[in-house]
Ligand binder design. Structure first.
Ligand code: SF4
Ligand code: SF4
Ligand code: SF4
Length: 323
């Protein structure tokens, strides 16, 4: 940390100014969300996926360097139960989601029309219509953009993993030893930064498709407004006498899967566990009164925390530029 900006100075200045700044940022960025029927939605036709992994490679290439090398030794966390999660020694891992691998391919050996077959299922963040990872982030680091995608601002995330606990699929993955917590509260807050698919938001802003879509040689994914993609998914499911996942899961997601096999059978057949999300039905977690109450309570805190984080980063950059 720059000695010109000590932690004490940061906290003092933040407390003085966060209240004012929070007026402008009292709600997480999802407050301005557009009509969900227009949210950008991707449709996976699982009957086409051959498991080649080109999409995984494209995702890794486009986001290479997004996760910095961690600083060692890692701070000792208080309480000690906050686990160190370090994937930096195994950055090539593709069999599960990690901070370095935002897309993974699951395999399911199942019977399709009387024949034993392997279906391949690309998995990453579902980009929920009403994302608990965003609504319950205590630091305002997770945001939902107007087109519906959700992403984690790695400059503000402290790695407390509330987003992963709130996510029905436990998608976000923590890398310890990186990020803001090292500068401000290394033993007391978070324990790194959480990472997940950001739906290539920078490419979308530039008018390009997400990298995984363009890289697929089989045309497995298509993308468009949710209403149109739901229609397309239903037509495809009718055509293949198949099934849809994502219409209602967690209140509806902007990722839809169409499969010739029921999803409960795919769910039984895939490996599940840390970094390997299930395909089970999930109720709308944000509709539960308890969570909504928590979200409302947390919103001002998130705004203040986000404001404090931004102030810290601004002061840090300013002090670096001071000769
Ligand atoms: S799938 Fe999980 S991480 Fe992705 S938007 Fe939904 S709650 Fe957030
Ligand atoms: S949308 Fe972008 S970040 Fe998400 S899995 Fe595809 S390539 Fe990776
Ligand atoms: S690139 Fe296409 S076919 Fe290959 S694994 Fe990914 S989605 Fe499946």
């Amino acid at each position: 940390m720059n000695p010109i900006l000590s932690r004490r100075t940061f906290l003092k200045r933040s407390v003085l100014t966060a209240t004012t700044a929070a007026v402008a940022t009292a709600l997480p960025a999802n407050a301005e969300a557009a009509d969900p029927s227009g949210y950008l939605t991707t449709l996976f036709d699982l009957s086409r996926c051959v498991g080649c992994g080109e999409c995984v490679t494209a995702c890794r290439e486009i986001h290479e360097g997004d996760v910095p090398q961690p600083k060692r030794p890692f701070p000792t966390m208080i309480p000690a139960r906050v686990p160190v999660e370090d994937f930096s020694q195994n950055q090539e891992e593709e069999e599960r989601l990690t901070p370095y691998n935002w897309l993974t391919i699951q395999e399911a050996s199942v019977e399709v029309n009387g024949e034993e077959q392997t279906l391949y299922i690309p998995r990453r963040c579902m980009h929920c219509i009403n994302p608990p990872c965003v609504k319950l982030c205590p630091w305002g680091a997770a945001v939902q953009e107007k087109n519906g995608l959700s992403r984690i601002n790695d400059a503000l995330c402290l790695g407390g993993a509330k987003c992963r606990a709130a996510c029905p699929w436990h998608i976000p993955q923590r890398q310890t030893g990186v990020g803001l917590y090292l500068d401000i509260l290394p033993s007391l807050a978070g324990n790194g930064v959480m990472y997940k698919c950001d739906r290539c938001h920078n490419r979308l802003k530039a008018g390009e498709n997400p990298a995984c879509i363009d890289a697929c040689p089989e045309g497995v994914q298509s993308i468009g407004p949710r209403e149109a993609m739901v229609k397309k998914a239903k037509a495809l499911a009718t055509e293949m006498n198949g099934y849809i996942y994502g219409l209602d899961e967690n209140g509806g997601t902007t990722t839809l899967y169409v499969s010739p096999v029921p999803f409960h059978r795919l769910n039984e057949a895939i490996d599940k566990g840390p970094g390997c999300p299930d395909l089970a039905p999930h109720k709308n977690s944000m509709a539960m009164a308890e969570n909504v109450g928590k979200a409302l309570l947390l919103a001002p805190i998130a705004g203040m925390a986000a404001a404090a984080g931004r102030i810290f980063l601004t002061l840090k950059h300013a002090s670096k530029e001071t000769p």
